[in-house]
Design a protein around this ligand. Structure first.
Ligand code: ADP
Length: 156
């Protein structure tokens, strides 16, 4: 069984992230969405909220699991028996960042490969930080996040 780990902050999870999961499911048997917890990084949504939001999106998809982790991504990948770390790039800035992370992860473990998908052009402008900004100004985010996420956010 080919398992890929899709790590990120997902603060919040957007339709851009959902597109990566969907495309990943065409390549892998299982995708594990792993919410990285960094005590120093302030987030708009708590870990519990993000777990609830993303789980609501995939409650009917047995090939997707949601988990959280602290520490090194390669460790959670190994723990979950994922041989691939799935990431995506939208811009040149993303490319530099992702290449550095992939290189670091390769040094840390040569058993885990990083696979990068190019963001779909229609989503390449979409980033969680913009969604957070829209939320803070009370703007409509229905075009940015899956409907299940919207429901969770609106119910709070
Ligand atoms: P991180 O803080 O680890 O970068 P993010 O939640 O911002 O976590 O992103 C997780 C992954 O999803 C990254 O590889 C990022 O490039 C990718 N990503 C973010 N937004 C989009 C999008 N709109 N389309 C495709 N991929 C995206």
């Amino acid at each position: 069984m080919k398992i890929a780990l899709f790590p990120g902050s997902f603060d919040p999870f957007t339709i851009g992230h959902a597109s990566v999961v969907e495309r990943g499911l065409a390549v892998f048997d299982k995708i594990i969405i792993a919410i990285g917890v960094n005590a120093e990084k302030k987030t708009m949504f708590t870990l519990e909220q993000r777990m609830e939001q993303i789980s609501a999106c995939y409650c009917h998809e047995p090939r997707v699991e949601v988990c959280s982790y602290q520490g090194m991504t390669v460790n959670i990948a190994k723990e979950k028996q994922a041989s691939v770390i799935l990431r995506s790039v939208r811009t040149v800035a993303d490319f530099e960042y992702e290449r550095n992370m992939a290189t670091l992860n390769k040094i840390l473990s040569d058993k885990v490969e990083t696979l990068i998908l190019f963001a779909e052009p229609k989503y390449e402008h979409l980033q969680s930080s913009v969604v957070r900004e829209l939320i803070s100004y009370g703007q409509d985010i229905s075009a940015c996040v899956p409907k299940e996420i919207l429901k969770c956010i609106e119910s709070k």
